[in-house]
Design a protein. Sequence first.
Length: 473
Amino acid sequence: MTVWQIALCDLVRPISSIRRLASTCLKALGAGGLLAAAIFSSSTGARAECELSEAEVAHGASVTTGMPEDAVVPIDPFGVRKALGRHGVEIGGVYYGESFGNWGGFDQGVEYDGVLELYLKADMHKLGFWKGLCFHADAFQIHGNSITAANIGSLMPVSSLEATPSTRLFELWFEQHLFDDKLAIKFGQLAADAEFIISEGGGWFLNGTWGWPSIAASDLPGGGPAYPLATPGVRVKIDPSQKLSLMIGVYNGDPAPHCGSPNPQVCNSDGLDFSLDAPPLLLAEGAYSYNQDKLAGTIKFGGWNHFGEFADQRFDSGGGMIAVTGNPPKMLDNDWGLYGIIDQLVWRVPGSEDSKGVGVFGRVIGAPDDRNLVDFYFDTGVTFTGMIPGRPNDGLAIGFAYTGISNSVHSFDVDSGEPAARNYEALVEICYTYEVKPGWTVQPDFQYIFQPGGNVAGIDDATVLGARTSLSF
């Protein structure tokens, strides 16, 4: 062997050890996080009140009533929710219902799907624990049919709510705030799509790719720790200033155990699989915010690394083409991705307290070509929010998203003699958010999907029309 070959072997040997160490660390961090939180909170500036969950912030939750202030149907039998609220416990819910119809794809039709979400948040200090310790849990009852699976077959799902019908636990976690809220440690059953790779502008659309992008959903095992599958993990967030934020998260690398179904949601049908058996997934992201009182903007850079093994998309272990030899693919260590995000307000509504006006946004994401279905992703768009007098919470969003199929997968299709070699999928979406009243919104939506599935024979471009409504209670 040459000196270079020996050096390469020395680098490769530790990979399996690193993988085992990372998995062990994930298990230890969960237990250690709670212990550390208890120790540090007694001597540091832990925050006195818990941060409201994303759903509660969106629906104006109140710590005094124990329910969202904008609840359309303020259900509170015997005053239970109000009584719990006085002790730092909040219970709420949202119902999402949507219907879409399509032309094109591989079939045509109209489908309905809905999600009932129930969530609970608790300030553990008010329940006798230390300051700054928060608890959150939410669960879904998912019903109806996915129009993407039934009619279209796209990589970018028509709706961010589409999922296999089930009743399931989603997230279940504790979070400790320390050092005057400059440090926050979250541990438990987590979803990475709630915090990582997020563009504020993308939140005004319905297609699923604007949240957890198609590149992450396609490349990571089980689709990654994202709706509707959360997984055990630990996330640390550091806010050294109001402008700068840093996050790092370690998650179980596959949110569902292997079973006889190719659908991971079937393999973890109730959200109660708390397995730590898969090689871990590491995510890291830094964000810088500026001009928040004027033309506000935020820039983010981040990436992920999965410590598992991934199949080469074209070649076997001997270097031959899989389509020709029929041999198992070569296995490659680790998978990773890098991304950049920008949200920028270009015109602000005069006198607006929040960042209302005309905004633009964009995300660019790349991943290795040889081990992934998707190796490049890009989306961009423009949003118009609070533009109509008297309607500060309405918004119009127009966006374009591109999912690039890796050259290895494209070449495999050519090697296999497929009638169409996959290359890309693209999306144009126009969505309007209309607030009927606080806590009740309606979102009419138009989508045009180019080459669903990335250019698959028998699947035509698809036109989709539909609407979603959400009700808080």
